[in-house]
Design a protein around this ligand. Structure first.
Ligand SMILES: Cc1cc2nc3c(=O)[nH]c(=O)nc-3n(C[C@H](O)[C@H](O)[C@H](O)COP(=O)(O)OP(=O)(O)OC[C@H]3O[C@@H](n4cnc5c(N)ncnc54)[C@H](O)[C@@H]3O)c2cc1C
Length: 532
């Protein structure tokens, strides 16, 4: 028997799902949130390890520009937001130089992308404009880092539309207490009488017709399938999950497949990113003379590294935890660079990262191995609950993205970072999308009460997905890089101890991919999936 008496089912307890649930709960609605993982937060994954001086952000770390929706929550929750110092440095075989001029060239290039007319890939745009090789290389690094995108797939118009208009858009911030506090606050405000968050509930299908949705889910701890029924549903599944066929790990069946979903699945792309946090015994980059030995005097001396860019490295982008002076460096690779690293386990990643860093800074690798104490990463690509890092717009995909945010028959509402044109791929976009979906539901209900809607009718027949079955289907380079800060130990996912990592361990095959937030559950491990 399906459970009833619920106004809205929310699929997913990430930022978007919890924001939607919170807004609906505040408006007096009865809400059931179904979340596959044994934790809330989705791609927000703040890990607390007593051996690290700061919480480790394995997912999002930065607020890019205004990030209004995140800031509003931070303000309401009384969370401190700190601005990042923003010294970007190019590394070239052990030499460093400031990046100021590079930014200017990139900004000018963006202005040349036509916002109207047929869309083309960013790669084609560069080829047509005969952009000089160094600028082209830098622009590709930006798109691969910031959007974690493939330059030959990403829509040039979407890249142009993401450029900020003012100084604020260029600034970046961190939450001093870690990103997890944001979702924690959203959840804490749900009415206990009206709203329930069911963890470990793996949704397998969403069947719907106007005015009714039935979600079937399997408990992550068992094989029994349960049904829950409501008038409306907010679906916040990541794009990677929406693109998966139902038989694939993480895939969800829609009956019928909404046309907007089919278009989105075709035109939006899932980005892949590889993020690795490394903890050293000391912050060697702060040693006196470190810069003097590496910077040509005529170029002006950066005296600090906030972000380091190395176009030849396996990890083209690095950042420190500044303004906190702690011995942590984060390595980032997006798009094709992330693809190239995708088959390596964690030990392989660490190995490549050290080689990359040693070359970029002109340091002996053995010294880095000696200084390295520990590392953390999460494999978002193989995680069945995300199947990728975040999304970007493929060529000609802007209309499909806008359409995905529109209600389907006043019954099914898609939310999540992929549905938010202005802030795609960000936490702020995810929160805004959940709030938007809640507003849509409430205004739809108001109109229904006022008798201004057509009576219920059957939903248009199923639309086959591009693959013949059901659809089951941020970003850093440069400025939009995505790290940590202290948080009470009791909060967020439980700490997972990682062995201190002496260089030798690197060559001994380290357990890959686990990240944090609860290990795989036994029955899912059997099925080749892990919901962590
Ligand atoms: C490595 C990395 C770095 C990033 N850096 C930044 C950054 O610096 N700044 C920034 O703003 N953004 C960043 N992002 C992007 C940001 O994390 C996302 O945009 C945002 O968290 C997405 O929230 P969401 O609610 O849309 O999706 P999610 O957080 O993915 O929520 C979807 C939920 O659905 C659940 N789910 C999946 N399948 C099922 C199922 N079958 N049944 C039930 N539940 C299911 C998932 O477990 C998840 O909890 C980064 C992302 C990654 C991966």
């Amino acid at each position: 028997m399906p459970r009833t008496g619920i106004d809205t089912i929310v699929v997913g307890a990430g930022a978007a799902g919890l924001a939607a649930a919170r807004a609906l709960s505040d408006a007096g609605r009865r809400v059931e949130v179904l979340e596959a993982r044994p934790r809330i937060g989705g791609r927000i994954l703040t890990v607390h390890d007593p051996e690290w001086p700061l919480p480790i952000e394995l997912g999002p770390e930065f607020l890019h520009g205004e990030a209004k929706a995140t800031r509003d929550v931070a303000r309401a929750a009384g969370l401190a937001v700190v601005e990042l110092p923003d010294e970007h440095v190019w590394a070239e075989g052990g030499r460093l130089r400031p990046m100021g001029e590079v930014w200017m060239r990139f900004a000018r290039l963006m202005e040349r992308i036509p916002s109207k007319g047929p869309d083309i890939s960013f790669d084609r745009f560069l080829a047509r404009r005969r952009v000089p090789a160094p600028t082209r290389e830098m622009a590709c690094l930006f798109v691969e880092g910031y959007f974690a995108a493939h330059p030959d797939r990403v829509s040039a118009q979407s890249v142009a539309s993401s450029r900020g208009e003012d100084d604020e858009a260029q600034r970046q911030y961190r939450l001093a207490d870690g990103y997890f506090r944001i979702v924690e606050w959203l959840r804490a405000g749900l009415s206990p009488e009206r709203c329930r968050v069911r963890l470990g509930a793996v949704v397998e299908s969403v069947a719907w017709r106007r005015g009714q949705v039935e979600a079937s889910y399997r408990s992550a701890a068992g094989t029994q399938t349960r049904l829950v029924r409501a008038r409306t549903a907010v679906v916040t599944l990541p794009l990677g999950v929406l693109k998966a066929a139902p038989a694939e790990p993480g895939g969800v069946r829609f009956e019928p497949v909404p046309a907007v979903l089919r278009a989105a699945v075709e035109k939006l792309e899932v980005s892949h990113a590889c993020k690795l946090a490394l903890r050293f015994r000391e912050a060697f980059w702060e040693e006196p003379g470190f810069f003097r030995r590496r910077v040509a005097p005529a170029l002006g001396e950066p005296n600090r590294i906030d972000f380091l860019h190395d176009r030849k490295g396996d990890f083209p982008t690095w950042w420190t935890a500044n303004p906190w002076r702690v011995p942590i460096l984060t390595a980032w690779a997006g798009g094709p660079h992330a693809d190239a690293l995708s088959e390596l386990g964690e030990a392989g990643l660490v190995d490549r990262a050290l080689a990359s860093l040693a070359r970029a800074l002109g340091l002996a690798r053995s010294r880095l191995e000696d200084l390295l104490e520990s590392w953390r990463a999460h494999d978002w690509r193989r995680d069945p609950c995300s199947r990728g890092a975040y999304s970007y717009v493929g060529v000609g995909g802007l209309p499909a993205q806008r359409a995905l945010g529109r209600p389907c028959e006043g019954t099914l509402f898609f939310a999540g970072e992929a549905t938010e044109p202005d802030e795609m791929g960000t936490v702020s976009g995810a929160i805004a999308s959940g709030q938007r979906a809640a507003r849509q539901i409430l205004s739809w209900a108001d109109r229904a009460h006022a008798g201004r809607l057509a009576p219920p009718r059957a939903v248009r027949a199923d639309v086959p997905s591009p693959r013949g079955d059901r659809p089951g289907a941020r970003r850093p380079p440069a400025r939009r890089l995505r790290a940590p800060a202290p948080e009470p130990r009791a909060r967020g996912p439980a700490p997972e101890r990682r062995p201190g990592l002496p260089g030798l361990l690197l060559r001994r095959g380290h357990r890959g991919g686990a990240g944090a937030g609860g290990g795989p559950l036994p029955e899912l491990r059997r099925a080749g999936r892990s919901y962590g």
